[in-house]
Every structure is written in structure tokens, then in C-alpha cells.
Design a protein around this ligand. Structure first.
Ligand code: ZN
Ligand code: MN
Length: 478
């Protein structure tokens, strides 16, 4: 690695998070994803003149919950403001947001990169409305208003990050917290988390920040990492050769692997923020905040501890299982039916996580249920199917679902434990592998494994390996 140059990057993030509410922030339209364009809409979220917004209290609750989890100060009095701009994703020509009195201020999140802990301080968390989604085709653009009015929480960090790895660690820690807090679905493919990057470089040790460029609308964490690595290098090279960084908005070109200039950066005053006259300010009573505090869900650190203490799992297992809330919930659902906790953990850590990563889908998109996995573990314990067969059944359960016992039947995987049936395979294997048989008689264990393999092959994987081993030892005793 090259010795550190005399310039240091300073990076801050603005993370937009769609909140998990039933309805939109100002109207009763459903807050959901994936239905046909422009169906979840009404005069309010279409921005018709004269349509009046009514605040969805749940959105405020979830933002306050986030603030409490991140150690922010919760403003007892906060208000709404209009952020004025002209773009076809917003027919009102302003976005209702919060300017000088956001719901939460301060707070922070600890991250760890290569064993080093670091605190990333937060500036603020405010609440605003998401806007419509534009899609551009050659020669025409289309607008989908289903997204308009989705409650959008914006988490703004101080410029405390200095590398792409730190930004990645922050986003992962934040995502873990948000999904554990049931604040957002955190589905990046569906645009639940989008992120703007503010990046500048300065002389190492300088007090003042350098001129920053903003990279807008990143919707994957990997993209953030790549864009930031590129941008830090670009700016450092620029100032090292005596040039200047221009204050501007840039976009990430994922295919080209570079950031490109879009437009000169807006300043806050360009937006002509002014108070929203159609919404009353939010006053939060002490009692309401205490209520939200008392309902804070279990966070990953305490869940890991509980997995070790209540289920007797190794700390390593607890760490792997708890990393994704969905996976940890699944483990607990299976553990409610079947008490072989370590066996459940093994199935999840190996087969389930492999199947999830192979399929490129989430656990919730798969067909496996806790009942099915518990049933499959029961079949293995009852010696109805051997491990190799069980793994095949698992794959079917994951892809198509169904009853594990029925799948064992139809796939002909029923384990053969009947000694008579196995014996003929054993005899055949000994006959066909004379040399191995002799080696075993002389005490060669490797040859014994080879013969077990041959019997398993002849039985098409259905023989109970323990019985096979027993019979082989019996027959090849000297
Ligand atoms: Zn609506
Ligand atoms: Mn925003």
C-alpha cells in the first residue's frame, strides 16, 4: 500500500429511508410496492390544487423510534416546511419536508472497520414525503405516482466518515438497526433505502472542510462503495496536482465505473424554504415519547446474547443467525416446534443461507416454512432419510415447498435400514472391489470409506451409512 498522502477525505451521508406504514404520509392511499403504475393515487398525493394533507401519526412514531435507537434528542416541537423546486416528479412544485425544526437532532451510530471502532455522529433526522418515480426511455419519459407520498425519513450524518469501507459499515449497521426496529423493510431493490454522498478532501489535519461534491441517488450499498472509492481518488488527484474541486452534483455511472458532473450544486437558499401552512406543527408530549421508548424492539446485540443463553448456541452461530432479522426470526420459529437447537442452527447456517445466496432471493420469497424444516429434521432424527437425501428434500422445500415426508416418498429417498436389503449391496461391493476389501482386512480405513461409498452408490444413496459401515466391518473382520 502507498504511504498516506497529505490529503484526507471527509464524507457525510444523507440516507433516505421509506418507512413501513400501511398508508402514505398525507393521505389514505396504501403504502406498498409492485402494483401497476398510477393506481395507489388520490388528489392529495397527485398534488391537486386545494387538496389538503393530513399527517400519518405512525410515520412520526417510527421516526421518533429511530431517533431513540440512535440516541438523538427528540424535538418536543417540530414543524413542516415547503422545499420548492421544479421537476416533473412533483406537480405541487414543492416537497413537504422539515427545515429548521426536524423531529430528531444529534445522536450517532458506532461502526467497526478492521477491528477499529468509530462513532459516526448524526446531524439530524427529519421526515418528508417521497416523490413520484420518473422512468426515461429514448424520446419519452413516464411518471408513476404510486411512490409519491410514501413517508420518507432522512438521516443526515456529520462528515465523520473517511473511507468507502467506513461508509459501507455505517450503511450496514444502520440497515440492521432499521430492520430490527421494524422501521423499514430495507429492501434495496425496491428503493427502500437511497443515499446521497457528500465528499470532499482537505489537507491532513486542516480544520476547514474542502469543497464538496454531492453524488445523488445511490440505491445499492455496493454502488456507494464504488462511487466513493472513485470520487475520493478523483478529488485527491485533482488537488494534488494543484487543481480545484468544483461544488457540484455528480451522478454515478455504474457501467462506466465513474462519477460525472450533472449540475452545479444547489444551496439551501435556492429552495426558498418556507413554513407549510396546511399542516400544524408536531408537538410531542413526554408521555408519547416514553410510550415509544417502552416499545423499542430487541436490538441485535441483546438478541445474540439471548441466542447463546436460551438456546445454548455457540457465539459464532448466534452472530450468523442474528445478522439478518428474517433469518433469526425463522430460527426462533423452528425452535418453537423442534428443540434440537444446534441442529436447526446447522441447517440454517449451511443449507438455508446457501440456498438464499444461490437463488439471489430473500428468505421470504422462498417456499420453505418453519414447520417444514422442523419436519425434515424430525425425519433425519427418525432415520427415515439420510443426510444426503435430506439435503435434496431441503432444496425442494426451499424452491417449491410441500410436505417433507411426501417428498421423501415421491423422490424415492426413503432410507434403507433393512439389513437384508443392504447386505446384498455390501456383498456386491466387496465382490467388485477385491483390492479395497483386502486392504480393509489389513486395517486400511481409507479403503473402508471407499467401500462405503460404493455401497451408497449401488443403493443410489438410500442405504443407512451406519448400517453399511457395521455390515462391512462385520464381513471384512480378519
Ligand atoms: Zn393519495
Ligand atoms: Mn431529502
Amino acid at each position: 500500500m502507498k504511504k498516506a498522502v497529505s490529503y484526507e477525505p471527509t464524507v457525510g451521508l444523507e440516507v433516505h429511508v421509506q418507512l413501513k406504514t400501511n398508508t402514505k404520509i398525507w393521505c389514505g392511499c396504501p403504502n406498498r410496492y409492485g402494483i401497476s403504475p398510477n393506481t395507489d393515487i388520490c388528489p392529495v398525493c397527485l398534488g391537486y390544487p386545494g387538496a389538503l394533507p393530513v399527517l400519518n401519526a405512525r410515520a412520526v412514531e417510527l421516526t421518533v423510534r429511530t431517533g431513540l435507537l440512535l440516541g438523538c434528542d427528540i424535538n418536543r416541537y417540530s414543524k413542516w416546511d415547503r422545499k420548492n423546486y421544479f421537476y416533473p416528479d412533483m406537480p405541487k412544485n414543492f416537497q413537504i419536508s422539515q427545515y429548521d425544526l426536524p423531529l430528531c437532532v444529534g445522536g450517532g451510530l458506532d461502526i467497526e472497520v478492521e477491528g477499529e471502532r468509530k462513532r459516526v455522529n448524526l446531524t439530524r433526522i427529519h421526515l418528508e414525503e417521497d416523490v413520484a418515480k420518473n422512468t426515461h426511455y429514448p424520446g419519452r419519459s413516464v411518471i408513476d405516482f404510486n411512490r409519491a407520498g410514501t413517508p420518507l425519513m432522512e438521516i443526515v450524518t456529520e462528515p465523520d466518515l473517511s473511507t468507502a469501507d467506513e461508509a459501507m459499515a455505517f450503511l450496514l449497521a444502520l440497515k440492521e438497526m432499521l430492520s430490527y426496529g421494524e422501521i423499514s423493510d430495507c429492501n434495496l431493490e425496491e428503493g427502500n433505502i437511497r443515499c446521497d454522498i457528500n465528499c470532499s478532501v482537505r489537507l491532513a489535519g486542516a480544520e476547514e472542510l474542502g469543497t464538496k461534491a454531492e453524488i445523488k441517488n445511490m440505491n445499492t450499498f455496493k454502488g456507494v462503495h464504488r462511487a466513493l472509492s472513485y470520487e475520493i481518488k478523483r478529488q485527491t488527484t485533482e488537488v494534488q496536482r494543484g487543481g480545484e474541486v468544483v461544488q457540484e452534483t455528480r451522478r454515478w455511472d455504474d457501467g462506466g465505473g465513474m462519477t460525472q458532473s450533472m449540475r452545479t450544486k444547489e444551496y439551501a437558499h435556492d429552495y426558498r424554504y418556507f413554513p407549510e401552512p396546511d399542516l400544524v406543527p408536531v408537538r410531542l408530549e413526554e408521555k408519547a415519547i416514553e410510550q415509544i421508548r417502552s416499545e423499542l424492539p430487541e436490538m441485535p446485540a441483546s438478541r445474540r446474547l439471548r441466542f447463546v443463553e436460551s438456546y445454548g448456541l455457540p457465539a459464532y452461530d448466534a452472530g450468523v443467525l442474528v445478522a439478518e432479522k428474517e433469518v433469526a426470526d425463522f430460527f426462533e420459529a423452528v425452535a418453537g416446534i423442534c428443540s434440537n437447537y444446534k441442529t436447526i442452527s446447522n441447517w440454517i447456517m449451511t443449507e438455508l443461507l446457501r440456498a438464499i445466496s444461490d437463488s439471489g432471493q430473500g428468505l421470504s420469497d422462498s417456499s420453505i416454512t418453519p414447520e417444514n424444516l422442523a419436519g425434515l429434521i424430525g425425519l433425519v432424527d427418525g432415520k427415515k432419510v439420510n443426510m444426503a437425501g435430506a439435503k435434496d428434500v431441503f432444496q425442494v422445500l426451499f424452491e417449491e415447498g410441500g410436505d417433507p415426508a411426501a417428498i421423501v416418498e415421491t423422490k424415492g429417498l426413503s432410507q434403507v435400514s433393512d439389513e437384508g436389503a443392504i447386505e446384498s449391496f455390501v456383498d456386491q461391493a466387496i465382490q467388485e472391489n477385491e483390492k479395497s476389501a483386502n486392504d480393509v482386512r489389513e486395517g486400511n480405513d481409507k479403503a473402508l470409506q471407499h467401500l462405503v461409498g460404493q455401497v451408497m452408490r449401488l443403493s443410489r444413496g438410500k442405504a443407512n451409512p451406519q448400517v453399511v459401515l457395521l455390515l462391512l466391518r462385520e464381513k471384512l473382520k480378519n
